[in-house]
Design a protein around this ligand. Structure first.
Ligand code: HEC
Length: 305
């Protein structure tokens, strides 16, 4: 009975998406322009809330070649591996350039609007979009397009589409509890590829590959738990949807559903294990490895780090 009600709601929700008004041409133009370009270079600043703006650059080329330099280091993909280098610790991590690792970097809030260069699927995440007024950003005429986002990144955002370039000159998006304001000073779109050598990884002087910590090896870091839950438990347990009263987007929300030190008595473990796991309510059940990641973390005390 309850199940039927949920299905009913799901169908209404889907019908709602199907009936949405077409996206403004400015927005589809932004996606198409990025999709058509062979390479992209941007110099931009990122301002989080009231903090001072920080300088970034990015270089993108197809397929899956990217380098994003920021104040704390850089991320780079040579098409085979993704390298994440941190200035502070002078260490880097290497992971396979599988779609998930790539999506995580190019979908990061700081570079979000330009991810259409690699993935036009971003269009699907626009629930509604509305073009607003024109304004001027650093001498460039732009039109504001306000969007509401579906999928994992619920909320609202604004893109400032450059009249001449037809791509976003900047955007505003919510990241955690802050608004990020991203503004490009220079955008170079080109039909020419960028030489692969620019995306070759050379470790900065003295840099070492980060050792996996004991914690990461046994899979009990909170970051791993959070990543798993944001993949498997959304959109039903976001801050807004809170199915069953639970939200799993924050540490506070997740610990509400666990008994630290006691996986067996933790609602989360209860819900995802057993022969007929109740959760996730739709989609594939968690693998045994994923369930033990959660219970290892809880057994170790459900710590934040
Ligand atoms: C497709 C939507 C959906 C997904 C995905 C989902 N849930 Fe739920 N969840 C619900 C709904 C709806 C309820 C409340 C109604 C109920 O209890 O059946 C709920 C309730 C719960 C409850 C409390 C009730 C109970 O059965 O124990 C827990 C704990 C829970 N979910 C954990 C999870 C975890 C952990 C994940 C991810 C691994 C997850 N859920 C993924 C929809 C979902």
């Amino acid at each position: 009975m309850r199940r039927q009600l949920y299905w009913g709601l799901a169908i209404i929700a889907l019908a709602g998406v199907g009936a949405q008004r077409p996206l403004p041409p400015l927005l589809t133009g932004h996606v198409k322009t990025l999709e058509d370009a062979a390479s992209l270079r941007i110099t931009f600043t990122v301002r989080a809330g009231l903090f001072a703006p920080e300088e970034y650059t990015l270089a993108y080329a197809k397929p899956n070649l990217f380098r994003i330099d920021g104040p704390k280091g850089f991320v780079l993909s040579d098409g085979k591996n993704v390298y994440v280098y941190s200035d502070e610790s002078n260490t880097y991590t290497v992971s396979e350039a599988a779609s998930e690792a790539v999506a995580e970097q190019i979908g990061a809030e700081e570079v979000w609007a330009w991810s259409a260069f690699f993935d036009k699927g971003v269009l699907k995440s626009f629930r509604t979009a509305e073009a607003g007024g024109k304004r001027n950003i650093r001498g460039n005429e732009v039109t504001e397009v306000s969007v509401t986002l579906g999928g994992e990144r619920k909320g609202t955002a604004s893109l400032y589409i450059d009249t001449k370039l037809k791509v976003a000159r900047g955007f505003i998006i919510t990241a955690g509890d802050k608004d990020l304001q991203v503004i490009a000073s220079e955008i170079i779109l080109s039909a020419e590829p960028i030489s692969a050598s620019e995306f070759a990884f050379t470790a900065p002087e003295g840099a070492k590959e980060a050792e996996e910590t004991e914690e990461a090896k046994s899979g009990v870091s909170f970051a791993a738990v959070q990543a798993l839950m944001s993949r498997s438990c959304m959109p039903c347990h976001s801050r807004r949807t809170r199915s069953g009263g639970y939200q799993y987007t924050t540490y506070q929300g997740i610990v509400m559903a666990v008994v630290p030190g006691d996986p067996q008595r933790s609602p989360i473990i209860n819900a995802v294990s057993g022969p007929n796991p109740r959760m996730p309510q739709t989609g594939a059940p968690l693998t045994a490895g994923q369930v033990s990641l959660l219970s290892d973390w809880i057994a170790a005390g459900a710590n934040r780090d």
